[in-house]
Each structure stands twice: as structure tokens, then as C-alpha cells.
Design a protein around this ligand. Structure first.
Ligand code: AGP
Length: 609
């Protein structure tokens, strides 16, 4: 996934444009570049490495003003993260500049065709093929050339293009990769995502699938791929600028860990009133919900772990058959959902290619699609029959934290809503569970207060070569999520495993060099977990136990312990375990001096397959 930032307007400083691009750096950061124009002067600069490097290379120009610009920060899909492969790409002929986010699937055929027309290529990228394809169609109108070119492009592409012969126009394209326009008194800003334009614009126009936007200094026009003009729909930007800043935290990830109690409180305020759960905005009727026979949940990464937690809770309280799978597996399985089944897609960004594809497969099979998503204008939300908004706000840290517990919380609430409609949970039971959920923000704050203690524990574990995370039942997914958090920001190998599986192989790993994180709240499986820990202790494994304060048994043989409050309904404990393990992963990574907000090789949203 990459970050596109563009501008067309009266004039704006280069430093402002580079700051806008930097607000998209979480989307990819292995190389970057800018092409800008003002009054006959063209500037084009790109480099491998981060935007700070580009700012250094452009120090002399930062104060200069430009009326037109394309900027890009890259996450390499085709070709190494080198300067030659960085965007913007300039066409071999006709001096057209372009930035791209996505994957052109038929780029090799097109490249051969263009080579046959005498086009030469400087990079290994699919994007350079796209800009030369546009150039091959260019006869003096950049938008006409784009309309012709998009008919030949296959795959996912958000593009922003301009021609040196028409420096009064920027053209944007959205096809399976997000693109929006910020509308401001200074002119128009094109961006892959909202954080780039929040400080600059009060309104946004979200391009829909297969749309082309033509920006000139004082007007915006939008067309479909058949060149038919469509209505420009300006929406107020609700996110405040400070949300996109770190607010005194060292990393976005830590800020977002600390935001979780407020996020869950916001979710309570939105979806519950007194003892009523209110999903009435759902476009799924109560009679449909009452009759559901099967539910399928797909997602990727952390969102998939939220799906796994939901499976345990949903099957217990709604008695519906639940199937979960990663989106990348579900979409290729020879497995059909039945007409009328409920298909839930969970995604923080709403742009994950595999989850979008899984959703489209389910829609084709006539399932009802419900998305659980953190971005209102996202492709996933637009493609769904209905959606539940997780009110986590923009999540900038690549490692998902507040979005995860927001997903869990909304899934718990939705499950109770569904169970109440089906009559499989009594009103009284539902009220007791709601009351427990309403105390979770308070309990999370208690864990946040242990940050210093967890940081000291992390120091003792930071040098361990690899980790095993163990859990049972509804906390088996907590083990998967804890392992993912640690590995993706510290780069230490870590594996989540169902504790009951230890004897079937993994126990062979245990010795004094192995760290084992054991999630053992005092629930119905606590005794089993205790035996697992004793087996690990007997083999000198280094144990970090995530336990309730009164758990003297496990405390007696764990090397270290982090306490999570004991709940009346321990099935909500994943909401607390997550905070403890996020802080643990963060502290280990910080001890190792890791690049926490932008881990290597990763991007915030995987919009390519
Ligand atoms: C989570 O920490 C990771 N960054 C990653 O696994 C992420 O959860 C996954 O890519 C799914 O993203 P989405 O929620 O935006 O679909």
C-alpha cells in the first residue's frame, strides 16, 4: 500500500505539501518523491528512504510555492525500494507525471506493447507502465488520455496524473484503491487517506469505485469511466486535527493504547442507552436477524483475531453455527455461503484487498454482508449491505491496538443484540453483561497504570530469542494477537498457540532460553492452564503469566506476572489481556530501539494481494 498526496490550487508551500505526505507515511515508507510546478518551473525529486530524507534533499526549495504537485510515499510491490522505482514516474514521451497506489496486474503485457511502440523504461515498476500507457493515448487532453488508458488497465489503482503541457490540471482515478479530495480555500488536495488533509480542509469528496476526478484551480469535476459526469458530493470532515497528532506520547502506538478506555466509552455511548443495545441503524431487519442459521466472519491479521474471539462468544450466546477464516483463505476456498447467511467482514482500514475480495465473493453468493469498520468512507463500508462503525478514530500506528479492542467491543455488543432478538439470552442476563462491559474502560485504566511495571518486566524478556504465547478458549485468539503484536514491532519470532496443543509438539521447544507468555484468567479453563504452566516450569521455560490478582497458585511458579482485573464475565477478558500484551510488546520493542510506528516491510493497510 502507498500514500498519494496531490494539490491543484492557487499556491502552497512545498513544506506544507511534504508535511501532508508525511501524514500518510504509515501507508508505506521505503521511498518517496515529489513533482511540482509553478509559473513555468518544474521540480521533480525522489529518493529511497523516508520523507525526512526528501525534506533534507529539498531544503533549498521548502519555502517555494507551487500551484500543482504530486507526492508519493511507497511500499514496494514491484521492484526494490530504489530511487529509480520511487514515484512520481515520468513518461518516456510527452512529459506526463504520475503517482500510483495499487497493483497493475497486466503490466507485463502492456509493457511489451509499449516497448513495441518505442517506449523505454527506467524502472521495474508496474506504475511506470501505467504512466507510459497514458502518454501513448495523450493527444493534448490529459483526462481524455486517462479515460482511454483505464480501459486497458487491470488490477487495483489509485492514480494522480498531470502533463507538463497542461500544468493547470490534475487528474485522479479511483479503482479498488482509495482516493479522496480535500476541499480548502487554498485549492484541492488529493489524498489516499483522511489524515493527510485533516489540517488543510474542512470538506472532503470521497471518490467512488471507477471514478475520475479533474481538478483545476477553481473547479472540481467527477466522471465515471464512461466519461459521464457525476454529482460532486462534499462531506464535512469530522475528525479533528489533534487526533492525528501524538499528543505528547513518544509513539502513535502508545497514544492509541492509552486511548482505548475512551474509545470503548464512546462505543457504549453510541450503541447503548440505559440497558438497551441500539443497532437500529443496521439495514438488517430484526426478522432477518432472528432467522439467521449461519454466520461467516472473515478478516486479516489483528481483525482476524477479533473474529476468532467473536466466534466463541457468538456460538455460546446465540446458538448459531459460526465459521471464521482469514480473508485470504476464505476467498479461494471451494466453499459457498448460503443465500441469506450473515457474512461479517472486519477491517480497521476498510481497504484490505483480501477482505474486500472475500466480501465480494459472499455478496455474489447472496449472503447478507455486514462490515465492522473504522473508516466510514472506506471501500468495505461502501460495498456492504450494512456496517457497524468502530469509533476508534484514525489509527496511525501500523500495529493495531485501539481498533482491535473497539472491534471486540462492538462484536460483543452486536452478539448480545442478536442473542436478545433470538431470545437465547434473557433480558436480565443481557443487562448483567452490559453492566460488566460498561466497567471495562475502568478496568483497562487499571492495566494502563501498570505501564512502568510492564516496562520493567519487558526489559527482562527483551533479550529472549523467541516467544510462545499460550491461551485457551476465548483467550486462545488473545495469544495469537499477543504474538502478532510482539513480532510485528520487535521482529522477535513469536507464535500464538492453543495451550492444549503443547503436548502435541511445541513442548519440545521449551528450555531456559524460551519465553512463554501464558494467559490464564480464573475461568473454567484455569486449572488446565495451571497444569500447562507447571509442565513449562518443569522444563525451565521463562514464564510471563497474565493472571488475576488473587491467583496465588500460578504466581508461585511464574517468573513474572501482569495482573488483569477479575471479571464476573471472564469471556470479556480479551479486552483486558489485549491492553497488557500491547504494553508488553511496545515496551520490548522500545527496549530494542525498534521503529515502533512504522515497522519494516509493513504498511497500515494492505490494499494489495
Ligand atoms: C495488525 O497489527 C496488523 N497491522 C495487521 O495484521 C492488520 O490487522 C491487518 O493487515 C488487517 O488490516 P485491516 O484491519 O485494516 O483490514
Amino acid at each position: 500500500m502507498c500514500g498519494i498526496f496531490g494539490y491543484k490550487g492557487k499556491k502552497v508551500k512545498l513544506s506544507c505539501l511534504l508535511d501532508g505526505l508525511q501524514r500518510l507515511e504509515y501507508r508505506g515508507y521505503d521511498s518517496c518523491g515529489v513533482a511540482a510546478y509553478n509559473a513555468g518551473n518544474f521540480l521533480c525529486k525522489k529518493n529511497s528512504g523516508k520523507i525526512t530524507q526528501l525534506k533534507t534533499n529539498l531544503k533549498a526549495n521548502l519555502g517555494n510555492q507551487y500551484s500543482l504537485a504530486l507526492l508519493h510515499t511507497r511500499w514496494a510491490t514491484h521492484g526494490q525500494p530504489t530511487k529509480a522505482n520511487a514515484h512520481p514516474h515520468k513518461s518516456f514521451k510527452k512529459n506526463i507525471y504520475m503517482v500510483h497506489n495499487g497493483i497493475i496486474e497486466n503490466y507485463l503485457d502492456l509493457k511489451n506493447k509499449l516497448k513495441g511502440k518505442g517506449y523505454k523504461f527506467k524502472s521495474d515498476t508496474d506504475s511506470e507502465v501505467a504512466v507510459n500507457l497514458i502518454a501513448s493515448h495523450y493527444r493534448g487532453s490529459i483526462e481524455k488520455a486517462v479515460f482511454s488508458a483505464v480501459k486497458e488497465l487491470k488490477g487495483s489503482f489509485a492514480l494522480a496524473v498531470f502533463s507538463e503541457s497542461e500544468p493547470d490540471k490534475v487528474v485522479g482515478v479511483r479503482n479498488k484503491s482509495p482516493l479522496l479530495v480535500g476541499v480548502s480555500p487554498q485549492g484541492y488536495f488529493l489524498a489516499s487517506d483522511l489524515p493527510a488533509i485533516v489540517p488543510l480542509a474542512k470538506e472532503a469528496v470521497y471518490l467512488k469505485e471507477k471514478q475520475v476526478v479533474v481538478l483545476d484551480s477553481n473547479k472540481i469535476n467527477i466522471y465515471d469511466f464512461q466519461q459521464k459526469k457525476v454529482k460532486v458530493n462534499k462531506e464535512k470532515i469530522k475528525i479533528k486535527n489533534e487526533e492525528a497528532k501524538k499528543k505528547g506520547f513518544k509513539h502513535f502506538m502508545l497514544k492509541e493504547i492509552y486511548q482505548q478506555p475512551k474509545v470503548l466509552q464512546d462505543a457504549l455511548n453510541i450503541y447503548t442507552k440505559k440497558n438497551q443495545i441500539n443497532f437500529n441503524q443496521l439495514k438488517l431487519s430484526k426478522s432477518y436477524l432472528k432467522g439467521i442459521k449461519n454466520i461467516f466472519i472473515t478478516a486479516c491479521g489483528t481483525a482476524f483475531h477479533a473474529a476468532c474471539v467473536a466466534k466463541y462468544f457468538l456460538e455460546r450466546h446465540t446458538k448459531i453455527k459460526i465459521e471464521v477464516d482469514t480473508s485470504s483463505e476464505f476467498r479461494y476456498r471451494d466453499f459457498n455461503v448460503d443465500k441469506g447467511d450473515l457474512f461479517i467482514a472486519i477491517s480497521q482500514s476498510g481497504e484490505t484487498a483480501d477482505t474486500l475480495a472475500a466480501l465480494k465473493k459472499a455478496k455474489k453468493q447472496k449472503a447478507k454482508v455486514l462490515s465492522i469498520c473504522n473508516v466510514l468512507g472506506s471501500s468495505l463500508v461502501r460495498e456492504s449491505d450494512s456496517f457497524i462503525y468502530t469509533p476508534a478514530g484514525p489509527e496511525i500506528g501500523v500495529a493495531s491496538t485501539k481498533a482491535y479492542t473497539a472491534q471486540l467491543f462492538c462484536l460483543y455488543l452486536f452478539s448480545l443484540y442478536l442473542a436478545t432478538i433470538k431470545g437465547t439470552v434473557s433480558g436480565r442476563e443481557k443487562n448483567k453483561m452490559l453492566e460488566e462491559l460498561s466497567r471495562v474502560p475502568f478496568h483497562q485504566r487499571k492495566i494502563l497504570k501498570q505501564t512502568r511495571k510492564i516496562s520493567a518486566i519487558a526489559k527482562k524478556f527483551s533479550k529472549m530469542g523467541c516467544f510462545l504465547f499460550l491461551g485457551r478458549g476465548i483467550n486462545f485468539p488473545s495469544a495469537l494477537e499477543g504474538a502478532l503484536k510482539l513480532k510485528e514491532i520487535s521482529y522477535i519470532p513469536a507464535e500464538g498457540y492453543p495451550a492444549g496443543e503443547m503436548k502435541h509438539g511445541p513442548i519440545a521447544l521449551i528450555d531456559e532460553y524460551r519465553a512463554v507468555v501464558c494467559i490464564a484468567p480464573m475461568d473454567s479453563l484455569h486449572e488446565k492452564m495451571t497444569s500447562n504452566l507447571q509442565e513449562i516450569k518443569a522444563r525451565k521455560g521463562k514464564i510471563l503469566a497474565i493472571i488475576n490478582p488473587a491467583d496465588k497458585a500460578i504466581l508461585s511458579f511464574a517468573d513474572q506476572a501482569v495482573y488483569i482485573p477479575k471479571l464476573k464475565f471472564q469471556e470479556f477478558s480479551p479486552l483486558l489481556v489485549a491492553v497488557a500484551l500491547q504494553l508488553f510488546a511496545y515496551s520490548v520493542a522500545k527496549n530494542l530501539g525498534a521503529e515502533i510506528d512504522q515497522p519494516r516491510n509493513l504498511a497500515k493497510s494492505v490494499t494489495v494481494e
